[in-house]
Structure formats: structure tokens, C-alpha cells
Write a protein that binds this ligand. Structure first.
Ligand code: B4P
Length: 189
């Protein structure tokens, strides 16, 4: 099984690259961002609560997201070729819980792909996306906050996976196809 974590700052291209990886490797997509946006759209109890954090550029609390993940992974078809975790884990606590759960299910994460993109480019991409996305978090003030939160709360996750020897940094600059080519080469190693 190929179980990939696609990781990086807001706007680095996690969602974009996930779609290409799924097409090529036949994996199940698992995006906590998409999942939460669906809950927000449907105005569920979880969605209403999550929106309070997301619209301000904060992460939703670990307890809220970890249960969502546990339910979703347990529902997965046992015969699937693998999973792509897009936007999860975003804290060391989430990473620890993911590793525990995978172990319990007799599975393991294969690699964390860390997409590296300079801050100026990230802001630029998210402002462009904001023109059409209708997302409450794609505006300059919230983007800056999200980047700060990424630095303080999320970057320690890459050290966690480096210590497990499951880490690869990939240059996320260039066309979508160029970035995918680099990821594909790494996954084929
Ligand atoms: P996410 O939905 O995960 O999204 P993201 O970080 O904003 O973007 P992503 O990296 O996927 O960028 P994309 O491909 O769209 O998270 C949203 C929010 O949900 C979080 O801020 C947080 O509040 C909450 N959340 C989610 N998971 C959580 C968790 N586990 N714990 C707590 N809270 C959680 O690319 C961005 C733009 O760039 C697109 O418009 C794309 O077209 C463009 N682009 C992509 N690649 C490009 C390239 N190579 N060149 C030029 N443009 C490119």
C-alpha cells in the first residue's frame, strides 16, 4: 500500500497535486480541508463550529479533526491501493494520532511529501484563488495569519516524519505538471 501525506504551507498545491497523484497511482483521497468545507456548506454542527476557526485563519482544534479522520479511515475499503492524506496531519498531535491509528489497522504511512514554495508566491496564489473560490479564508489578512499558524504549529510535523525517515522535500515552484513530475519521480524511487 502506498500511503502518502501531502504537506506544505497554505497554497503550496496540496489539493492540486493530490488530484494528479490519485489519477496516476489510484489512491483514495482524503482532504480534511475539503471535508470541513463540505460540513460548512451543509451547515452541520461540526461545520458551524469549524468555520469559526477557518475564517480567522486558525486550525480547527485537534479533538475536532482527529475523530473525523478516525471515522473516515475506518470506513475505507480494505482493498484500496492506498491513501493520500491531503492537509492532514497539521500538528504533531495529529501526526501521533495518525501513526497510532495506522498501526492499529495494520497499515503504515509511506512518505511525507513536503512541497516547498516561497511565501510571496503562496500569497500570490491564494489571492488569485480568492477571486473565484468564495472561501472565507482566501483574503490577505487571513492568508497572513494562516502562514503564521503554519510556521508555528504545522512545520514541526516535518521534523516528526524526518525522525521516522519518511520525509521528502519537493520544489513546489514551476508549472503544475513540472511539480507533479518531481513527485512522481520520488514515488517511483
Ligand atoms: P486546505 O483545504 O488543506 O487548503 P490550503 O492549505 O489552503 O491549500 P492547498 O495547499 O491545498 O492549495 P491548492 O492546491 O488549492 O485547508 C483549509 C483550511 O482548513 C486550513 O487553513 C485550516 O483552517 C482547516 N484545516 C484543514 N485541515 C486541517 C487539519 N488537519 N487540522 C486543523 N485544521 C485544518 O493551491 C492553491 C492555489 O494555487 C490554487 O488556486 C491552485 O490552482 C494554485 N496552484 C497550485 N499549484 C500551482 C503551481 N504549480 N503554479 C501556480 N499556481 C498553482
Amino acid at each position: 500500500m502506498l500511503n502518502i501525506i501531502i504537506f506544505g504551507a497554505p497554497g503550496c498545491g496540496k489539493g492540486t497535486q493530490s488530484k494528479l497523484i490519485i489519477k496516476k497511482f489510484g489512491l483514495k483521497h482524503f482532504s480534511t480541508g475539503e471535508l470541513l468545507r463540505k460540513e460548512i456548506e451543509e451547515k452541520t454542527e461540526l461545520g458551524v463550529e469549524a468555520d469559526k476557526y477557518i475564517s480567522k485563519g486558525n486550525l480547527v482544534p485537534d479533538e475536532m479533526i482527529i475523530n473525523v479522520i478516525i471515522n473516515a479511515i475506518q470506513k475505507l475499503d480494505a482493498n484500496c491501493k492506498g491513501i493520500i492524506f491531503d492537509g492532514y496531519p497539521r500538528t504533531v498531535k495529529q501526526a501521533e494520532e495518525l501513526e497510532k491509528l495506522m498501526y492499529k489497522l495494520g497499515k503504515s504511512t509511506t512518505i511525507l511529501i513536503d512541497l516547498k514554495v516561497p511565501k510571496r508566491e503562496l500569497i500570490n496564489r491564494l489571492l488569485i484563488r480568492g477571486k473565484t473560490s468564495g472561501r472565507s479564508d482566501d483574503n490577505l489578512e487571513t492568508i497572513k495569519k494562516r502562514l503564521d499558524v503554519y510556521e508555528t504549529k504545522t512545520t514541526p510535523v516535518n521534523e516528526f516524519y524526518q525522525s521516522l525517515n519518511k520525509y521528502a522535500a519537493i520544489d513546489g515552484l514551476g508549472t503544475v505538471e513540472e511539480v507533479f513530475g518531481r513527485i512522481e519521480a520520488k514515488l517511483n524511487e
